[in-house]
Design a protein around this ligand. Structure first.
Ligand code: EPZ
Length: 416
């Protein structure tokens, strides 16, 4: 199992380019299976979740040709609706294959999704939507089975705002008979990116990015070319790394609109952000200021940035309060950061963080994707050496993180 050895205390300086959005790419690859002809998708992040999806699509009979950040998917040969359970159970986004295969075959059998251990993460809203479209569903021996004679458009009101359920029901309803209205939808940038991809394939989807999405079923869908949007959480990660190390970093290839809540909160903390079209310059004078965080679905402050911004608040001048409104189990990483001298107290969905002037290197174990990234940033800011183990969590969602950080002057080594 790989680990990172980090010698902290070096201010990051230079330029980093943001990769394609993980949470868009992992939905777009399954979405390509709705077409009868090949699609080419570029600006894909080079991360393990994409490799897993590539393996599953090839197992189903699809042809996948990947070079660097571009992939060609030819779904014509797909002849199965049941990917290997040992692959599907390794990641959360494998559940998008349910919506895609249900739409294509009117049947799918997929292992219960895996993914970051940050809470219960049910999929009842996905199931509710599939059943509303006319599918029969069951969960047997850890496998989700869905089957329908036909899919009929209907009105679905999500009980909770869910990125996964919103995207999965767009996939399932694209070729249903009639019109489907989805209400109380997630509005994340990646929801819009997937809707744009589906429309480029010939779907008829309106309203993505608002809380109501209208899908008029179509008979045929064809391949297309699409460029994945940049990853706003990866961008936020490097913004925090720049500020936590007292550095001065240019972050290239972002969409400022997608970062509004992150930029607003970072500015409140005293981070200086200069915006220039698709780039940001991020630096800070002196210590971060305290601030309160309340995670919310987009356009609120993203839950995926909660663990990262906590590192900045751990070094702030004052006491900060973080309220995690999306996941009930997303504070585990604080137990690890306490080994570095971070002062934090967790009560249910609230964490109280008392800022300290200095944290020291320690041996930490990544517990999930964003927790692992937060530990790396803490190591970059700490005095002394930090070791982060279980970095496979980080590799699931960050392309070449140690290379990008080294190019910014960080002393970070991957040890196999
Ligand atoms: C996606 O997860 C992301 N993962 C997560 O990113 C992200 O944290 C999350 O959206 C919220 O933005 C991918 O896109 C692969 P949800 P998802 O359905 O779709 C509850 C990362 O770090 N819920 O929006 O699983 C759920 O428990 C990862 O990149 C139900 O109750 O999240 C949670 O409390 C971590 N029933 C809330 O809704 C359901 O059927 C939001 O979950 C579905 C969700």
């Amino acid at each position: 199992m790989d680990k990172f050895i980090i010698n902290g205390g070096i201010p990051l300086k230079g330029t980093v380019t943001i990769s394609g959005a993980k949470n868009s790419a992992v939905a777009i690859l399954p979405a390509a299976l709705l077409a009868d002809t090949p699609s080419t998708i570029d600006n894909l992040p080079d991360i393990n979740d994409i490799e897993l999806l590539k393996e599953m699509i090839e197992y189903l009979g699809g042809r996948v040709a990947k070079k660097e950040h571009e992939v060609m998917i030819d779904p014509a040969g797909i002849n199965s609706f049941c990917p290997p359970h040992e692959l599907a159970s390794q990641m959360r986004a494998s559940y998008y294959l349910i919506g895609a295969l249900l739409s294509r075959f009117k049947e799918a059998a997929i292992a219960m999704p895996g993914g970051c251990n940050i809470g219960v993460r049910p999929i009842d809203q996905h199931i509710k939507g599939f059943e509303a479209l006319g599918a029969k569903t069951s969960i047997e021996h850890g496998i989700i089975k869905v089957k329908a004679d036909k899919l009929i458009g209907t009105h679905i009101y999500f009980d909770v705002v869910s990125v996964g359920a919103t995207i999965n029901l767009m996939l399932a309803a694209c070729k249903a008979e009639g019109t489907t209205i989805l209400e109380n939808c997630a509005k994340e940038p990646h929801v819009v990116d997937v809707a744009n991809f589906l429309n480029a394939m010939g779907a008829n989807i309106k309203g993505a990015g608002t809380d109501t999405i209208k899908i008029i079923g179509v008979k045929e869908m064809h391949g297309c070319r699409h460029t994945v949007i940049p990853d706003q959480i990866e961008a936020g990660t490097y913004m925090v790394a720049a500020a936590a190390t007292g550095g001065d970093v240019i972050i290239k290839g972002i969409i400022p609109k997608h970062l509004e809540s992150i930029m607003a909160k970072m500015s409140e903390i005293g981070v200086i952000i200069d915006e220039c079209e698709e780039d940001l310059r991020v630096r800070i004078n002196g210590r971060p200021k305290r601030a309160d965080i309340k995670t919310q679905p987009y356009p609120g402050f993203p839950t995926d940035m909660q663990q990262l911004i906590a590192v900045l608040l751990a070094l702030a001048d004052g006491v900060s309060i973080i309220t995690e409104n999306v996941y009930e189990g997303r504070f585990k990483y604080l137990d690890e950061l306490k080994k570095m001298g971070v002062k934090a107290k967790v009560e249910g969905r609230t964490a109280v963080i008392e800022g300290v002037e200095m944290i020291t290197g320690a041996t930490l174990s990544a517990t999930d994707l964003r927790a692992g990234a937060a530990m790396v940033i803490a190591g970059l800011a700490a005095h002394g050496v930090t070791e982060v183990t279980n970095v496979h969590y980080i590799d699931r969602g960050y392309e070449a993180i140690e290379k990008k950080l080294s190019q910014l002057g960080a002393d970070i080594k991957r040890v196999r």
